[in-house]
Design a protein around this ligand. Structure first.
Ligand code: SDX
Length: 445
């Protein structure tokens, strides 16, 4: 499974995309240089500066890499101006409506939607890989009761490297097993850590349940109380994972590519990605959004007052703004619809959802936000789905990590299959003291 696309991935290196023949002319210190222009399949354009230092002695400088392409990729396309997101060319809106997380993970990983047989085989492989080594259960008792689930997740994922040694030469079967392990075991680790945190016995995965049903059952079933899977909750969590599955070169994916470029152990590399995702400017924002909404609700601070504080830089409107989207994050639109449906169906109103709608209404009429292209991003409403599904707030970023796993692994795999692959090593411009010499302590004043 995956052989054809694997060969295709190995041969059609992204670094070998045909050059356009166009060049950018750079005049430096009286000399003229012609730098090649690279054009992507969606007509994105880049100046190839890979030989800039060798030819000119200059490097580029781009704080936060907002103008710097780290790689060429065939996985995800984002048009931030138009609010477009596609996985392997398929619009996120179509996948959210018609696909499942497992099927979309196969698409992201291997480049094509799976046939029925491939999907069954992929799904079965995930199920067979969902247990973790029994000796790993000791980890969960070693953490303090109130340990943040992301601290547990990053630790236990890295320790998979000790229990599931990765061969030096990753052939295709070994690579597919690692991928299945990580996609499936991260879900088990998340559920086990939750059960430990509430003092309940862990619930083992079942090979009779699909990916999301299995996860929800491990999370919320118990030997003493019946647990019924609500199909609307199952679908909402499935779409949540699907919407988070990849997002090109975001902070955590770039971390995975950077850490993976040293040929580090894949479990350790993914653990590094989880650490990057934890930050509240990135994946940690979904937890911060609900904390913000509950703060507004509990402290009687009106949405208008909160927005005013955000404009005065006293607060951040969490879940708003994005490095790439200069308009609505298409995922936010989809998640908002799911929130409406989920809350209406359950006949419950969530005051936090009402506050979120009010914040969005106020902000999107205010020039402070519009002039800075600050719109709701994926995190603004996503926590409300998870809250409605019964997940504790401190697990929201853990669920983001479960959803993002296919993207991390697909990007890692694409990098390693690229014949142009090399270790990542950015440069810098030094601004420290110029040459000076050691002064013995007796002479220092
Ligand atoms: C994710 O990269 C990805 O693809 C990430 C992600 C993925 O799927 O992997 O999409 C997931 O991480 C989404 C983003 C989640 N983070 C948040 O919601 C945190 C709140 N958002 C911000 O911190 C911010 O918008 C960022 C970090 C998302 C983007 O930061 P930028 O593009 O570097 O913008 P900036 O910090 O330079 O701000 C530009 C201006 C500043 O004001 P001025 O200096 O012009 O006066 O906008 C203001 C900022 O103060 N601003 C905000 C704001 N975000 C930016 N003001 C109030 N509230 C905000 N949320």
């Amino acid at each position: 499974m995956g052989v054809a696309t694997l060969q295709e991935a190995r041969t059609a290196s992204t670094a070998e995309r045909p050059r356009t023949g166009q060049t950018a002319r750079l005049v430096l210190d009286g000399k003229t240089y012609e730098l090649p222009i690279v054009v992507g399949t969606e007509n994105e354009k880049a100046i190839d500066t890979s030989q800039l230092r060798a030819e000119t002695g200059y490097i580029t400088l781009d704080n936060g890499f907002g103008n710097t392409g780290a790689c060429q990729s065939r996985i995800t396309f984002i048009d931030g101006e138009k609010g477009i997101l596609r996985y392997r060319g398929i619009p996120i809106e179509e996948l959210a409506e018609k696909s499942t997380f497992t099927e979309t993970a196969h698409l992201i990983m291997y480049g094509e939607l799976p046939t029925k047989t491939q999907l069954e085989r992929f799904s079965k492989r995930l199920n067979c890989s969902s247990l973790i080594h029994e000796d790993m259960l000791h980890f969960f008792t070693g953490f303090p009761k109130d340990a943040h689930p992301m601290a547990i997740l990053t630790t236990v994922v890295a320790s998979l490297s000790a229990f599931y040694p990765v061969p030096e030469q990753l052939d295709e079967p070994a690579e597919e097993q690692v991928i299945a392990n990580l996609m499936s075991q991260i879900r088990t680790i998340a559920a086990f850590s939750y059960k430990k945190s509430i003092g309940e016995p862990i619930v083992y995965p079942s090979n009779k349940l699909r990916f999301v049903e299995n996860f929800l059952t491990m999370m919320f079933s118990s030997p003493v109380k019946d647990y019924h899977l609500d199909p609307d909750i199952v679908r909402a969590v499935d779409v949540f994972f699907l919407l988070h599955a990849d997002h090109e070169q975001n902070c955590s994916t770039s971390t995975v590519r950077l850490a993976g470029s040293s040929l580090g152990n894949i479990y350790a590399v993914v653990s590094a990605g989880i650490c990057a995702l934890w930050g509240k400017l990135h994946g940690g924002a979904n937890q911060e959004v609900v904390n913000m909404l509950q703060y507004i609700r509990r402290n009687g601070c009106s949405p208008e007052e909160f927005v005013a504080r955000a404009k005065d830089k006293k607060e951040r409107l969490m879940g708003f703004g994005h490095r790439v989207y200069r308009t609505f994050d298409p995922r936010a639109r989809i998640i908002k619809q799911i929130c409406h449906k989920l809350l209406n169906k359950r006949g419950v109103s969530d005051p936090c959802f009402d506050i979120a709608l009010k914040l969005e209404e106020i902000a999107l009429k205010d020039d402070y936000f519009l002039s800075r292209h600050l719109y709701p991003n994926v995190d603004f409403y996503s926590g409300l789905i998870l809250k409605a599904a019964g997940f504790p707030t401190n697990m929201f970023t853990v669920l983001f990590a479960i959803g993002r796993m296919p993207g991390w692994l697909a990007q890692w795999r694409e990098m390693h299959h690229d014949p142009g692959f090399k270790i990542a090593r950015p440069r810098q411009i030094y601004q420290g003291p110029t040459l000076r010499h050691y002064v013995p302590v007796s002479e220092r004043v």
